[in-house]
Design a protein around this ligand. Structure first.
Ligand SMILES: [Zn+2]
Length: 313
């Protein structure tokens, strides 16, 4: 039994703007991206497998088409590292990292793990919600900024070994291809497409209440919920249950977007057919709008200045 903190942000919901899916810019590929990455061909994208390599190839093709850049310290968007499997053996793992230069050198890292569980007892665990959905939403955010340059430099980090206790993000924050003191915020997405009640959690504002005011959006099928970030409720606190944990460990503020566990969580039935398509598209657009609220506000730098100074000491 989990403790649950429900604070529905009804006031943040706006019903006046009901957009048809086709009218929303940048969403054309959302469903296609999830469908492809969670198809049988990708064999559940387990770290170190051919399926994970296929996922990287797909991602690199998409991010190149979106005009994202690779850091000079990386080899064609890839950051290689050794991950440890559950049985203790070592496996080759690779994060995929791209960026869009902004007007400012300050960085917002937008992240999500692309690996999943692979094949278990001859069943493919396709991981449509976990986390092809988050990966697709990252690509959707990048697509929105194709025409208009962001204020902040946006780093898109697709982490490997998320299903192995977040080793990809832990490696990344300790071996970033840029000076980590430039990072003012992490926005992490992990499972954003599967909820019958249209509830999407935004965790992280317990530690950084200043972030609450940015959680506004116009998507009709998404209720933003606060919670799952109070360290007093250890089981319920999701801070260390996805890639935002590595950033939090470095003192970097984060917003984590995700749904509560569902019937298909970590089961072979986490397939494209079982996600809530309308909710997913609206959730992806809502997250883009929130990222854009943050990006448009140059004050978020000064808001975190105190924290950044504390980190340097
Ligand atoms: Zn996940």
């Amino acid at each position: 039994m989990k403790f649950r903190l429900f604070i529905p942000l009804a006031l943040l919901m706006s019903c006046q703007t009901v957009k048809k899916v086709e009218e929303v810019k940048g969403t054309n590929n959302l469903l296609e991206d999830v469908k492809t990455l969670s198809s049988e061909a990708y064999q559940g994208r387990k770290t170190g497998t051919e399926g994970a390599a296929m996922a990287r190839a797909y991602l690199k093709k998409r991010i190149a088409a979106l005009g994202l850049s690779s850091f000079p310290a990386l080899s064609d968007f890839e950051q290689s590292f050794k991950a440890k499997e559950r049985n203790g053996s070592s496996v080759d793992a690779k994060n995929v990292v791209a960026y869009l230069p902004g007007k400012s050198s300050k960085i917002i890292v937008i992240s999500g793990h692309y690996d999943h569980l692979g094949v278990i007892n001859n069943e493919v665990y396709n991981g449509a919600d976990d986390n092809a959905s988050g990966v697709a939403a990252l690509l959707n955010i990048a697509a929105h900024y194709k025409k208009e340059k962001p204020n902040h430099t946006l780093v898109f980090a697709f982490f490997d070994a998320g299903e192995l206790d977040w080793q990809g993000s832990n490696y990344f924050v300790n071996h970033a291809p840029f000076d980590m003191s430039r990072v003012i915020l992490n926005v992490n997405l992990d499972m954003i497409s599967h909820n019958e009640k249209y509830e999407l959690y935004a965790a992280g504002t317990f530690r950084h209440p200043q972030l609450r005011k940015y959680l506004t959006h116009t998507q009709p099928k998404v209720k933003i919920m606060l919670g799952h970030d109070n360290p007093e409720f250890t089981v319920d606190d999701w801070t260390n249950q996805s890639d935002q944990g590595a950033f939090n460990d470095k003192g970097i503020p984060f917003l984590y977007f995700g749904v509560e566990d569902h019937k298909d969580y970590h089961r072979a039935s986490d397939e494209f057919e079982n996600i809530n398509q309308e909710f997913f598209i609206d959730a992806s657009e809502a997250i883009f709008e929130i990222v854009d609220n943050l990006d448009k506000d140059r004050d978020i730098q000064s808001m975190f200045r105190q924290k950044l100074q504390m980190r340097k000491q």
